[in-house]
Design a protein around this ligand. Structure first.
Ligand code: GRF
Length: 210
């Protein structure tokens, strides 16, 4: 698939500020990523990511856990939204929930997450803080496919971000964010161009077709 040939439809799942969503939308607008954001879905009705989407005219959905009897019912509602939007790829960008097994199964190899640390070190909600408290000198960004575990899926791309003397969680996270804004659009582009090949846990990036 070349950039000119076709675009993929993606859903972005976000619970918070949505700066990664913004970076992805901007890269799409600039013609760097052959994709369309068909849906922004959040579990948090107050997520600023939803405002960002609305401002760009992107369809939004809110699916709140409290409106469902249990977790599987909630996950089914999320899955219905994703399938209803007919998306090719699901992009988690600050989505603060573990994705249910039914969703992982339905989108295996077509669902990815960005994590603000070099996995498999420092998975979970506080990757930046945990790395800092551990005293690492280099942290970074990981984009990976999502499997049933917490931040355990096959790694697609990693970028290193040095820890600087006197860094706080905020200063380090700010620098990590800057790297995320490059890495996530790049990976979505590689996916859209059919250039990600998986063999077990190992993901290879195929060369650009000429
Ligand atoms: C990012 O740092 C991402 O790595 C993590 O959550 C943060 C989301 O930031 N999973 P934003 O909502 O995109 O600004």
């Amino acid at each position: 698939m070349s950039r000119a040939e076709s675009k993929i439809d993606i859903a972005v799942l976000a619970s918070g500020s949505g700066t990664n969503l913004e970076a992805i939308a901007a890269a799409i607008e600039d013609g760097e990523v052959p994709a369309r954001i068909a849906l922004v879905l959040s579990d948090n009705p107050y997520a600023f990511a939803l405002d960002r989407a609305r401002r760009r005219g992107i369809p939004t959905a809110v699916v709140e856990l409290k409106d469902y009897p249990d977790r599987p019912a909630y996950d089914r509602a999320v899955l219905e939204q994703l399938q209803g939007a007919g998306v090719d790829l699901v992009v988690l960008a600050g989505y603060m929930k573990l994705v249910g097994p039914e969703i992982v199964e339905a989108f295996r190899g077509r669902i990815m997450n960005i994590h603000p640390a070099l996995l498999p070190s420092f998975p979970g909600e506080h990757g930046v803080r945990d790395a800092l408290e551990h005293g690492v000198k280099v942290s970074g960004v990981t984009v990976h496919f999502v499997d049933e575990g917490l931040d355990t899926g096959p790694i697609i791309v990693q970028r290193a971000v040095p820890v600087e003397e006197g860094d706080s969680e905020e200063t380090l996270h700010n620098r990590i964010h800057e790297v995320e804004y490059e890495a996530y659009p790049l990976v979505i582009r590689l996916f859209a161009e059919g250039r990600l090949e998986r063999e077990g846990r190992v993901v290879r990036v195929l060369p650009e077709r000429t």
